[in-house]
Structures are given as C-alpha cells and as structure tokens.
Write a protein that binds this ligand. Structure first.
Ligand code: GLC
Length: 433
C-alpha cells in the first residue's frame, strides 16, 4: 500500500512539474507557481528528486522583490485559464517589484524558512544540501526583515495580512464580518475557477468583488505597505501566518548556527522571535474559547472563532505546555469526534461551518501536516498518529484532492482540484515519518 501510494504521489508531482523549473498546484485550476504550495511541494520532492526540490525554492526566491517581499503567485507563463491574472495584479506598479517576473502584489504564509530546514533533514547528501542552503538563506532572511519592517504596525512582533488570499485560507468564515463593513462595486469579470470546480465548492461572485476591491486599493497605492496599512479595509493578524513566520525564524536561527559566522543575523532573529512569541500569546489567545484566534486591526477586536489555523502555533512551539493542553482539548471537543476525520478547517459546531466549501469546513492536507508535527512537539504522539492516519485514509479512499469532507461515511468526499500537488507532496512525507 505504502509503496503504491508514494509512487502515485510522485506521479502527481511529476505531472504538475513545469519546464520553467517549478510545480503548479493543480492542472487547469492553478496554472502558475504559488508561494506556500512551492514550499510544501519541495518537501515531497526532496524524498525522490533533490534537484527538483532545490529548483522549486530557487525559482520562487528568484522572484523576490528589491525590498525582500516574496509574492504569492509568480506568473512564469502566460495562461488564460486563471482569474485574476497578471494583468489584474500589475506588480509593475510597485517601484520595487521584480523586473524579471510578473507576480501578484500580495504574499502568503512564510513557510520558506522551515522548508529549507526540512529539506536539510530529508536530504541524504547533507553536504550538498548545506551548500544549497548557504546560497539561498539570506533571501529568506531578507524576507523576514521585510515583514518586521513593514508589517508590524503596532511594533508588537505580529505582522498583518491585508488580503484574505495572503492568509492561504481564502474564503474562511473568519472574513465574513469584514466583508460586511465593505461595499465594493459589482465588477464584471469572468471567473475561471468555476469552470474547473463545482461552484458550490467555491467562493461566491460577491465575495470575489470584495477580493478585487482590496487589490484595487493596493494598486492605487502602488503596493506601498505603509499606505496599505493605512487604507486597506482588510487588515488582520492571522495566527497561521504569524506561526509560520515564527517557526521559520527558528529554522533560520538553527541553520545560521550550523553555518556559523552570522552572529548579527542570529541576534536579530532571536530578538524578533522573543517579541513575536510574547505578542502572539498576549494578543491572539482567546481565554473563553481556549484557542488562538485572528485579530481584526481595523475594528481593533479579536475574531472569535476556532479554525484549523488556531492549532498551528503548536508547530512553532508558541504555547506553554499548559496552554497547549487547553488548546488540544478545545480541538478534540469541537473537531475530534469519532464520526469525523481530523481536522476540519472551521469549527464544525458553528453555523458558519460548511463541510464542502473550501476553507469553510473541509479538511486540508497541509493543515494536517502542520498539526501532525505540532502535536509531536508536545508529545501528543497518539493524536499525531491519528491525524496522519486520517490524512492517508482520505487520500487512499478518494484520491489526491485539494480538500475533503470531514464527516466519515460521506461518499465522494474529495473536493476542489484533483491531483493536487501539496496533497501528494505531504503524503510522501507522512508515509516516511
Ligand atoms: C487556493 C488556496 C491557497 C493555495 C492556492 C493554490 O487559493 O486557498 O491556499 O495556495 O489555492 O493551491
């Protein structure tokens, strides 16, 4: 079983690999390079083709802007199967954008730091991988510097996202109340995602109007971060995003320590790290829910819902042992019933929960992977095994889908795009650990 699944997973990744040296998340649906997808993909590739893994990250980092920013989509090629494409995002409006590649002007969770460390863990030829890491690591450091310099508006160690697409959890119910505060124009455009995937599993047209409106504001200000911080109707502290940054800080500290001769950078990273972990525990912990939550910087209020992002701080060693116990208890009470696969992306007890709709409920393999290692960090080994087994079972039963229904016994429980790259890549890692 294991060998067969791994070879199917490799097949998916090979099919999605592009001549430009990067891997698309999914044929038809996502025809370019996505930032956090690339990170997860490289982890899978590192098991069977190290040179592809190295290339995947090098290609992404090659699209870095002069200010250290790394965009969420790199438009390596022309494709009209995706909306909104390069002509909508217009990265050229920013004076610091890449001259080499068109991209979006927004980013995604900063996974690249810990991905380098994972690649080092997986690589058989450590010396070769070490050389590669030395050649790339400063770009990732510059990216963290960008975040702390431009996005920590309250100087509390927490960085904002200005668009729901930056979170990676596109249509989460978390954003519903923010959409209520906005009244965007009715844009005319042709969606392409709904030609590939059943519309009932995707965001609505009206939601897309909101998504586009925020981009228009950012474009009017040439993607200037200070202006965005001032004017964007969407400004959120996201626990997943900040946990990925914190975990990546730690990876950079570990890797620079191995490399040696980088005391200044290590000292700076440690400073960021201490401040971020403190700020995180202070601002994003919701005592009543017993979970980490999002925080809306516009209304200056927490957004009190439990999502799979609420558990991601375990991956970055953010909670104390005591707090981790509370968090895991919350997870098991709401998400962990025997009738359910772990882990739904949104609180199954909430009336905003939808088991089929993208980030409003379905299980995502990348979030399960983050949870698996997070639980292991706190020695919840049996529970970690359950998360792994649930992930493998979903893929084995239904295929390499983008997301899955958490309710056991559902027929055809795989949704969204098929042959989805990170589901394949992370399955390879699951089956090797
Ligand atoms: C969707 C997901 C996002 C992912 C992208 C490409 O937009 O919400 O997290 O990066 O697809 O797979």
């Amino acid at each position: 079983m294991k060998e067969r699944l791994i070879s199917q997973a490799i097949n998916v990744l090979e099919e999605n690999f592009q001549p430009g040296g990067f891997t698309i998340p999914c044929k038809g649906l996502y025809p370019f390079q996505w930032k956090w997808d690339s990170g997860f993909i490289a982890i899978g590739q590192a098991y069977y083709d190290v040179s592809k893994a190295k290339q995947e990250i090098a290609t992404l980092l090659d699209a870095q802007w002069d200010n250290g920013f790394i965009p969420h989509i790199v438009f390596h090629n022309e494709s009209d199967t995706y909306f909104p494409g390069a002509d909508v995002h217009r990265s050229d409006l920013s004076p610091v954008s890449s001259k080499k590649y068109k991209s979006t002007g927004m980013t995604q969770p900063p996974v690249t730091g810990f991905v380098l460390e994972e690649m080092y863990r997986i690589a058989k030829d450590k010396e070769d991988m070490f050389g590669y890491i030395k050649s790339q690591i400063d770009k990732v450091y510059d990216n963290h510097k960008y975040f702390y310099k431009n996005r920590d508006v309250n100087d509390e160690g927490l960085v904002f996202i200005y668009h729901n697409w930056e979170s990676g959890t596109d249509n989460s119910p978390i954003w519903d109340d923010i959409w209520e505060t906005m009244n965007p124009p009715e844009y005319t455009f042709e969606r392409r995602d709904t030609t590939h995937v059943d519309a009932s599993q995707r965001p609505s047209k009206r939601e897309y109007d909101h998504y586009l409106y925020i981009i228009e504001i950012a474009k009017e200000n040439n993607y200037n971060d200070a202006k965005i911080a001032e004017l964007s109707p969407f400004l959120v502290l996201d626990p997943l995003f900040n946990a990925m940054l914190i975990r990546s800080n730690q990876a950079l500290i570990n890797l620079y320590t191995l490399i040696g001769d980088n005391d200044d950078k290590i000292a700076q990273l440690v400073k960021w790290q201490v401040k971020s972990i403190k700020g995180f525990n202070k601002k994003l912990w919701d005592k009543n829910l017993g979970a980490y939550v999002h925080y809306d910087l516009r209304s200056d209020e927490p957004i009190s819902f439990v999502t799979s992002s609420s558990f991601s701080p375990l991956f970055a060693n953010i909670p104390s042992k005591e707090r981790a116990d509370i968090l895991i208890n919350t997870m098991m009470t709401k998400f962990g019933g025997e009738d359910k696969y772990l882990c739904a992306s949104f609180d199954p007890e909430s009336d905003r929960f939808d088991p089929k709709k993208y980030w409003r409920g379905p299980v995502w393999i990348n979030m399960n992977w983050i949870l698996f290692y997070g639980l292991k960090n706190y020695d919840y080994n049996n529970l970690a095994e359950r998360v792994k087994d649930d992930s493998v079972e979903l893929i084995e039963k239904f295929g390499f889908y983008e997301y899955f229904n958490c309710k056991k016994g559902t027929e055809d429980a795989g949704y969204g795009g098929g042959n989805f790259s990170w589901s394949a890549a992370l399955l390879i890692d699951f089956l090797n650990n």
